[in-house]
Structure formats: structure tokens, C-alpha cells
Design a protein around this ligand. Structure first.
Ligand code: 13P
Ligand code: SF4
Length: 358
């Protein structure tokens, strides 16, 4: 079966879940939201639990994580924070691979997600059997995979990377004379290849959110705001990255925004990031990079449909009932732990992650 056949089928199967969880999720009044927040806070204490959220989930989940001693960050930092934290239960507000990464690193902890239906198009588009067969065709190459993958794909890898350390890890492997099989994100892969000149054979996955940024409309926007800096997540298409003043992970984009001298920032990533960014740089004008325009489709909203499935209601219910726990086969976990620890150790040595991040 070709990749083109696999991806639409898996995505289609997921659409019903998105409709159930997001479109039909209850709209809450402010009083109802406050009531959920109070109940969640009580349960967090009672169950020695902490909330770890990604920047793309709803503002109210991000603020609840921070208010209650939890954490909001990029995927690498979320994993590290959970592994270092003393809580016995981690509530991961994000997508499935983030919960699974936490379980691989902390098997003794209970990992709960508000919903187990929150997937990722990169993960869905990289089934283990097909990916493994692809790797088997290139036995002389090091298998390097993005963290946005299943536990099985991680277990097949020699190295795991995130967008915050990918360029450094591939540079390190090149210094060792290694050639690479890369998966699944073709845009991140192309970005790394352009930066490092590495010899990479690539799986052709993509992020449905970042793939939508449009060059023509971006150029028009940049003409209107000549002093603006463009900050881009590397899951975006090559032509968008080529225009960027800064390319990095979600956490690195926020840090770059803070450092920037520009009064206006154009940001090419999921709009969930604007919540934290507007707190960090309240005086700057923040403009989302265009996803609409002439070639817009119904997907062009710059918001991850799976991240949007995390809500106060399903978080509360999962924590109350101890449901939506992440379970991982122990032998696969042991295999996936090797490249995951390799990435974390490397990131610590390079100062990309520090003990203080946790
Ligand atoms: P970060 O590692 O930059 O948080 O990215 C994760 C992700 O899924 C972006 O789409
Ligand atoms: Fe996956 Fe893209 Fe959603 Fe990130 S934004 S979780 S890469 S689908």
C-alpha cells in the first residue's frame, strides 16, 4: 500500500472523533469553567497529579497548568519536565505521542490524557510496518525519527529528535560519517538537509497544520510590514522557511520573539502559541502567517484539530475517573527508551535542555 493511500484513510478515520470531541463538546459559561477549574485543582492535590501542556492547547488549559505548578512548553521540554517531576500522575494535555513519550520515560507514573483520540498527522502517516520496511531497504543508514511518532516507530529508531535539537543531532551524526534514513516530516527533514548538507533519504509525511502556510500571501503581508520579523516552525514548507528570520521549536520561537528588536512579529505556527507569546511580548504586534488566500482549503485555520480536542471537561472526567491512561508494551518501551535517552543526554550535553528546565 502506498503512503498516499495510508494517510487519507487514517485521517478520515479520525475525523469522526474530532467532530465528536471538538464540534460537539459543550460550550461552557464562565461560571461553569470556574467550577471545572476548582474541581480539577482539588483532584490534582488529592491524586498528587500535575498538568503538563503543549503551547497549542486552549488558553484555559495552559493557564490552569501554570497556576497549579504544572508546565507549558515544547515537546522535548514537556517530556523532560514530566520525567523529573515528583508527581505520581502526569496529565498530558497535547497529542498522543506526547503522552506516550512521558510513559516511555516514566513507566512507574500514571499518565492520563484528556482524550486518547488526539492524534497527529505525522504519527498517523507513519505506520510501523511500512516505515520499518522503508528502513530495511537502507541497512547502512542510521534511522532518525521525529518525536511526533508512535512508540513502535521510536523503538525502530537509532535516534529520536525534536525540532529543538534536530539540526545539532544530525550534524553530530554527520561528524561521525553517518548517512540517514529520516521520518516522518518531509519539511523538517528538508530544513535539516538544507542546514547541514546531510545525506538523508526521507519519508514523505507532513503536518496538516504547518503545511497550509502560503508563500504568496506571506510575501504580501511582509510587504505591508517591512520592519516585521518572521518566526517559523520547521514543520512549515521550504518556501516559507526560506523567508524566515528565525526557525525553531515552539519554545525557541517564544525565546526568539522575546529577544527580537522588531515591534512586529509574523508567526508561522499553530495559533495556540499566541497565548504565551502575547504574555512574553505584550508590547509587540503579533500577526499570524497566512494560511488562507487563493489556495486556502477547509483545513486552513492554523490550529491543530487534535490539540483542540483537549478540554476542561474531558480533563476533569479523565482525572476524576482515572481513565484515558497511556499504556505501552514493556519490551517496546525498553527499545524506544534507548534512542529517547540518547536524545535527552545529547540535549543536556549541548545545553539545549538544562536540569533547570525541569
Ligand atoms: P514542538 O516540539 O516545537 O513543540 O513541536 C511539536 C509539534 O507537534 C509542532 O507541531
Ligand atoms: Fe502533529 Fe501538526 Fe498537530 Fe503538531 S500541529 S501535533 S505536528 S498535526
Amino acid at each position: 500500500m502506498s503512503l498516499a493511500e495510508i494517510i487519507p484513510k487514517k485521517l478520515q478515520a479520525n475525523i469522526d472523533n474530532i467532530i465528536d470531541n471538538v464540534v460537539l463538546s459543550p460550550w461552557l459559561t464562565d461560571a461553569e469553567k470556574a467550577d471545572y477549574v476548582l474541581k480539577i485543582k482539588a483532584l490534582l492535590k488529592q491524586k498528587n497529579a500535575v498538568i503538563i501542556a503543549h503551547y497549542y492547547v486552549d488558553d484555559e488549559l495552559q493557564s490552569l497548568a501554570e497556576e497549579t505548578g504544572g508546565y507549558v512548553s515544547d515537546s522535548l521540554d514537556m517530556a523532560n519536565f514530566g520525567a523529573q517531576h515528583s508527581a505520581s500522575t502526569l496529565i498530558i494535555c497535547g497529542v498522543r505521542f506526547m503522552g506516550e513519550t512521558s510513559k516511555i520515560l516514566s513507566p512507574e507514573k500514571t499518565i492520563i490524557m484528556p482524550t486518547l483520540e488526539a492524534e497527529c498527522s505525522l504519527d498517523l502517516g507513519c505506520p510501523i510496518d511500512e516505515f520499518s520496511a522503508f528502513c530495511d531497504q537502507h541497512p547502512d543508514r542510521e534511522v532518525v525519527v521525529y518525536a511526533n511518532t508512535s512508540v513502535d516507530v521510536k523503538a525502530r529508531a537509532d535516534w529520536i529528535v525534536t525540532s529543538s535539537n534536530a539540526v545539532q543531532i544530525i550534524t553530530h551524526l554527520m561528524d561521525e560519517g553517518k548517512k540517514i534514513v529520516w521520518g516522518p516530516d518531509r519539511h523538517l527533514g528538508q530544513y535539516i538537509k538544507n542546514k547541514t548538507n546531510a545525506d538523508m533519504i526521507m519519508w514523505q509525511g507532513n503536518c496538516v497544520v504547518h503545511d497550509e502556510f502560503k508563500l504568496y500571501e506571506l510575501e504580501q503581508l511582509m510587504e505591508k510590514h517591512p520592519g516585521a520579523e518572521l518566526l517559523v516552525h520547521p514543520e512549515s514548507p521550504e518556501a516559507i522557511i526560506a523567508k524566515a528570520d528565525f526557525v525553531g521549536s515552539t519554545k525557541q520561537i517564544i525565546a526568539a520573539g522575546k529577544k527580537s528588536k522588531a515591534n512586529t512579529l509574523i508567526i508561522a505556527t499553530d495559533h495556540g502559541l499566541f497565548y504565551k507569546m502575547s504574555q512574553v511580548v505584550p508590547d509587540k504586534m503579533l500577526i499570524p502567517a497566512p494560511t488562507g488566500g487563493k489556495s486556502a482549503t477547509c483545513k486552513s485555520c492554523a490550529h491543530c484539530p487534535w490539540m483542540a480536542m483537549n478540554t476542561l471537561v474531558n480533563l476533569y472526567e479523565a482525572l476524576r475517573d482515572n481513565t484515558n491512561t497511556i499504556e505501552v508494551d514493556e519490551s517496546v518501551r525498553q527499545e524506544a527508551l534507548i534512542p529517547l535517552n540518547r536524545m535527552i543526554d545529547f540535549s543536556m550535553q549541548q545545553g539545549i535542555l538544562t536540569a533547570g528546565d525541569a
